[in-house]
Design a binder for this molecule. Structure first.
Ligand code: ASP
Length: 595
């Protein structure tokens, strides 16, 4: 096929912008053939560019040459169209597209490039495997949905930059080739050629750099920044992802919250979403107690409470040191097998036992009746305030083993059950936007495997002032000045007020077992910096991909990233990671172990 050259022709318009007001104008458009319909004497092309679609008519009576050219084109060919905008007859108006009232009578058709048959139909995401979409991402990106999502992302980034700048934050880039940073995941390492045997690490976040910028006197910093974490497979994680990273000197938590809430308000307005401010707050302890999770979807209700067990309850019930109950209003929807499933879930998450009480006519029905008797069940149900039609779920902690671990497992079980119930009873209503700040996190969590405390947020988070004396004596009781922003059950950001004094930072490191030469080597430069007049400071980082996905109504962040990787961190399109030339390894002084 002979192809035409574009030369220095310029498009006069874009496809999606043509309206009846353009009637009579001579235009030159260019784009992809979205669809071609050959009616013999007339050929119709749907011409698509980044703004939309317009119909082109190839009529031999207008131009035989253009019509002949049109016989050769197929879907996704790249063409240029010269012609006149004409208003369609009433009966041929297409209300589905914004340009549906007009069409282009082509006087010339340039064939700019041919295209193989696309690997999948562009108008049908549902029937396309994600593997194919990622392998041929450049084709997939042509879909209206991907175009819309990435444009939204762009608009949103303008809003962030404008908003942060209005509040005195300046965007400063921090290095990608750096050393290990402390977010607790595995690092991506980059070997150094000039210092064989030495490695850079790609930043898991710019945490230390942003703190150093505060020490460096910049007052307020932000950055839309890529971060890299080598974590194990999870459906909706990307090894490289973007954060809005924020830090301010002399911070007031309330001011930071207000700035972020207003940012959320402006961002979600782009998606036509409104919600009330200020966002509610929940302490970590409350969140765990009521929802069993530090990122609860508060919008679905379904809260756990504690229940003083009536005297008459005995056996397994009384033996459980801790019991949580949840009243769900739609008891009749729970079949025996569904309840069995809830029981399995509860046990698998580490609860000691699970049971339930249903209303039955005037009375109650429960498997507990066998062990504690009908009247104990009735008083239990009354104590929980059950009304007709409800079901009461009960879970109890294990009675043997360490009580703190049992309590954690009970929380986990209450979270798992609540999610299961919410999924079944209360599918999140569209348009419900439940933001909540979770505050007062514990400073440390105990790592059962490593048998030591680790930082729940990261080791630069400041303990609450009133808890400082407990750092050495009772680390488990120390609360951190850390906070998370949660939206509809997803953590979309987190941050903290930091330590700005070396002595306190040192005590925290000590509590984390970060002492001696190793700590000095990793964080020595930062400890030194704290000695040169570090101001009080604090900040936050927000998950940019997740926020855009929520705004775009997408459940997977891959839909808002141009070139994402699979859940196993592979780029299917360019086949990365890849084996490199032996010479490259040689230069780096690296040898690959067999097996
Ligand atoms: N560096 C933290 C993170 O990436 C955020 C922060 O503490 O500001 O999660």
């Amino acid at each position: 096929m002979e192809l035409d050259l574009l030369g220095d022709r310029q498009r006069t318009h874009h496809c999606g912008e043509l309206r009846p007001s353009h009637a009579g104008q001579k235009v030159f458009l260019a784009g992809w053939v979205d669809r071609r319909r050959d009616l013999g004497n007339l050929i119709f092309l749907d011409l698509r560019d980044h703004t939309g679609i317009v119909q082109v008519v190839l009529n031999p009576a207008v131009s035989r040459e253009a019509h002949d050219q049109g016989e050769q084109v197929r879907g996704e060919y790249v063409v240029g169209v010269e012609g006149e905008v004409v208003v369609r007859k009433n009966e041929t108006v297409n209300p589905q597209i914004s340009t549906g009232e007009v069409e282009i009578q082509a006087t010339r058709l340039l064939l700019l490039n041919e295209a193989k048959t696309p690997p999948f139909p562009l108008d049908d995401v549902a029937r396309t495997s994600e593997e194919a979409r990622l392998r041929y991402r450049y084709v997939d990106l042509r879909r209206a949905r991907m175009q819309r999502n990435l444009r939204l992302r762009h608009e949103a980034s303008l809003v962030v930059r404008q908003h942060m700048s209005e509040h005195g934050f300046i965007e400063i880039e921090t290095p990608f080739l750096t050393r290990s940073t402390p977010e607790g995941a595995r690092d991506y390492l980059v070997p150094s050629r000039l210092r064989p045997g030495h490695f850079y690490a790609l930043p898991q976040s710019p945490q230390l750099f942003k703190q150093l910028l505060m020490i460096g006197g910049f007052n307020r910093y932000f950055q839309l920044v890529r971060c890299f974490r080598d974590e194990d497979l999870r459906a909706d994680r990307q090894p490289e992802f973007t954060q809005i990273d924020v830090e301010m000197a002399f911070p007031r938590r309330e001011e930071l919250f207000d700035i972020i809430e207003r940012l959320m308000e402006k961002l979600f307005a782009l998606a036509g979403v409104k919600f009330a401010r200020p966002f509610p707050r929940l302490t970590y302890a409350e969140a765990m107690e009521r929802y069993g999770s530090d990122k609860p979807h508060t919008g679905v209700g379904l809260e756990w409470t504690r229940l003083e067990l009536p005297e008459s309850a005995s056996g397994a019930l009384k033996a459980a040191p801790s019991v949580k109950v949840l009243r769900a209003p739609e008891g009749k929807h729970f079949s025996r097998s569904q309840l069995d499933k809830l029981q399995d879930l509860a046990k698998a998450s580490g609860a000691g036992w699970f049971s339930y009480v249903k209303t039955a006519g005037e009375g109650f029905q429960s498997p507990l009746a066998k062990t504690v008797g009908e009247s104990a069940v009735a008083s239990l149900a009354r104590a929980a305030g059950m009304t007709a039609g409800e079901i009461l779920l009960l879970i109890g902690s294990k009675s043997d083993g360490p009580s703190t671990i049992n309590a954690r497992h009970l929380d986990e079980a209450s979270d798992v059950l609540r999610r299961e119930l919410a999924g079944r009873l209360r599918p999140t209503p569209r348009g419900a936007w439940n933001f909540v700040w979770v505050v007062d996190f514990p400073m440390f969590e105990y790592d059962e495997k490593e048998r030591r405390f680790t930082a729940m947020h990261h080791p630069f988070t400041s303990p609450r002032e009133e808890d400082l004396p407990k750092l050495e004596t009772d680390p488990a009781a120390v609360k951190a000045r850390a906070y998370d922003l949660v939206l509809n059950g997803q953590e979309i950001g987190g941050g903290s007020i930091r330590m700005h004094r070396r002595d306190i930072q040192q005590r925290v490191f000590k509590a984390l077992g970060l002492t001696g030469e190793k700590a000095r080597e990793r964080f020595g430069f930062f400890m030194d910096a704290l000695e040169y007049g570090a101001p009080p400071h604090g900040g936050i980082a927000l998950g940019w991909d997740r926020i855009i996905a929520l705004m775009a109504g997408e459940s997977n962040i891959r839909e808002v990233i141009a070139f994402p990787k699979t859940a196993s961190a592979v780029d299917l399109m360019c086949d990365a990671p890849a084996i490199v030339d032996p010479e490259q390894l040689d230069e780096l002084g690296i040898q690959i172990k067999k097996d």
